[in-house]
Design a protein around this ligand. Structure first.
Ligand code: FPP
Length: 262
C-alpha cells in the first residue's frame, strides 16, 4: 500500500479541473473479508469503518465536493439482529469520534433513507451530527441508511399524486426536475462516479434514479481493504473515461464543458 501523497500523486496523477463532483460508493465485502481471516462479520464491519475514515479523508483532500456512502440498505434489516445492533453501535461510535475532524475540515454531514426505522439513539446522533456540521462548506458527506432506491421513487410518486389529488398540480406539469425534488437527494447533484467494491456487478437498489448517467467503477477489492490508493485510482480511472450523456463528440465540443449536464 502506497502511503505518501507524493507517490500516490505520481501513480495516479489527477486533473484537478476534471474531478468528479459527486462520488457514491457501495461498500461491500466486509463479511467476506472477516470470513477469510476466521473473524466474525462484526470485525469485518469494524475494519470497514476504518476504510470509511480513510476514504472520507482522501476525498476531502483531493477536493471531492460530495461523497455518498451506502452504509445500510432497506434489505439489510433482514440480517441477524446481533449484526444489526453491532452496525448501529459502530455507526454511532463513528459519528461521535469523527465529529471534530468533520468540523475542522468543514465537512457537512447528512443522512438519507428511511431514518425513522433506525433506533432512536442513532436518529438522535445523526441529527446532532447534521446540526453540528451544518456550516461545512468544503464537502458534503452523506450516509445512506435504511435506504432503498425503489422505495424512494415510490414515495416521490405518492407525494406528487397527493399534490394532484389536492388540485395543486396538473399531471402534465410533472417532469424530471419536479420528480427529482421529491427524492432524498434533492440537494445533491447526480453522482458522476459510482464505485462498488468486492467484485459484485450490480447496483443493489442504490441511487437508481440518480445514476442514469453515472460512470460505474467495479473493483474486486473488499471494502476493508479499499483505502486511499484504491480511491485515488478509481477517480483517476474516471478521468480516463469519455462522458457523452447520449450526445455526439461534436456536440460535447460545442458545449465546451466537460459535463454538459451539470
Ligand atoms: C457490506 O458488507 C457492508 C455493509 C452491509 C455495511 C457497511 C458498513 C460499514 C462499512 C461499517 C460501518 C459504517 C460506518 C459509516 C462507520 P457485507 O456484510 O455485505 O459483506 P459480504 O457481502 O462479504 O458478506
Amino acid at each position: 500500500m502506497t502511503d505518501t501523497s507524493a507517490s500516490l500523486e505520481s501513480l495516479y496523477p489527477l486533473d484537478r479541473q476534471r474531478l468528479p463532483a459527486h462520488v457514491a460508493i457501495i461498500m461491500d465485502g466486509n463479511g467476506r473479508w472477516a470470513q477469510r481471516r476466521g473473524l466474525s462479520r462484526v470485525r469485518g464491519h469494524a475494519a470497514g469503518a476504518e476504510s470509511v475514515r480513510a476514504v472520507v479523508r482522501q476525498a476531502r483532500k483531493i477536493g471531492i465536493s460530495y461523497l455518498t456512502l451506502y452504509a445500510f440498505s432497506e434489505e439489510n434489516w433482514q440480517r441477524p439482529s446481533t449484526e444489526i445492533r453491532a452496525l448501529m453501535a459502530l455507526l454511532t461510535r463513528y459519528l461521535h469520534r469523527e465529529l471534530k475532524e468533520m468540523q475542522d475540515n468543514r465537512i457537512a454531514f447528512r443522512a438519507i433513507g428511511n431514518l425513522s426505522r433506525l433506533p432512536v439513539e442513532v436518529q438522535r446522533e445523526l441529527a446532532k451530527t447534521e446540526a453540528a456540521t451544518a456550516e461545512g462548506t468544503e464537502m458534503v458527506l452523506t450516509l445512506a441508511l435504511s435506504y432503498g432506491a425503489r422505495s424512494e421513487i415510490v414515495a416521490a410518486a405518492r407525494a406528487l399524486a397527493r399534490e394532484v389529488e389536492a388540485g395543486r398540480l396538473r399531471p402534465e406539469d410533472i417532469d424530471q426536475a419536479r420528480f427529482a425534488r421529491h427524492l432524498f437527494t434533492v440537494d445533491l447533484p447526480d453522482p458522476d462516479l459510482l464505485i462498488r467494491t468486492s467484485g459484485e456487478f450490480r447496483l443493489s437498489n442504490f441511487l437508481l434514479w440518480q445514476s442514469a448517467y453515472t460512470e460505474l467503477y467495479f473493483t474486486p477489492t473488499l471494502w476493508p481493504d479499499f483505502r486511499e490508493e484504491e480511491f485515488v485510482k478509481a477517480v483517476w480511472e474516471y478521468q480516463q473515461r469519455d462522458r457523452r450523456f447520449g450526445l455526439t463528440q461534436e456536440q460535447i465540443r460545442q458545449t465546451g464543458i466537460a459535463n454538459p449536464r451539470r
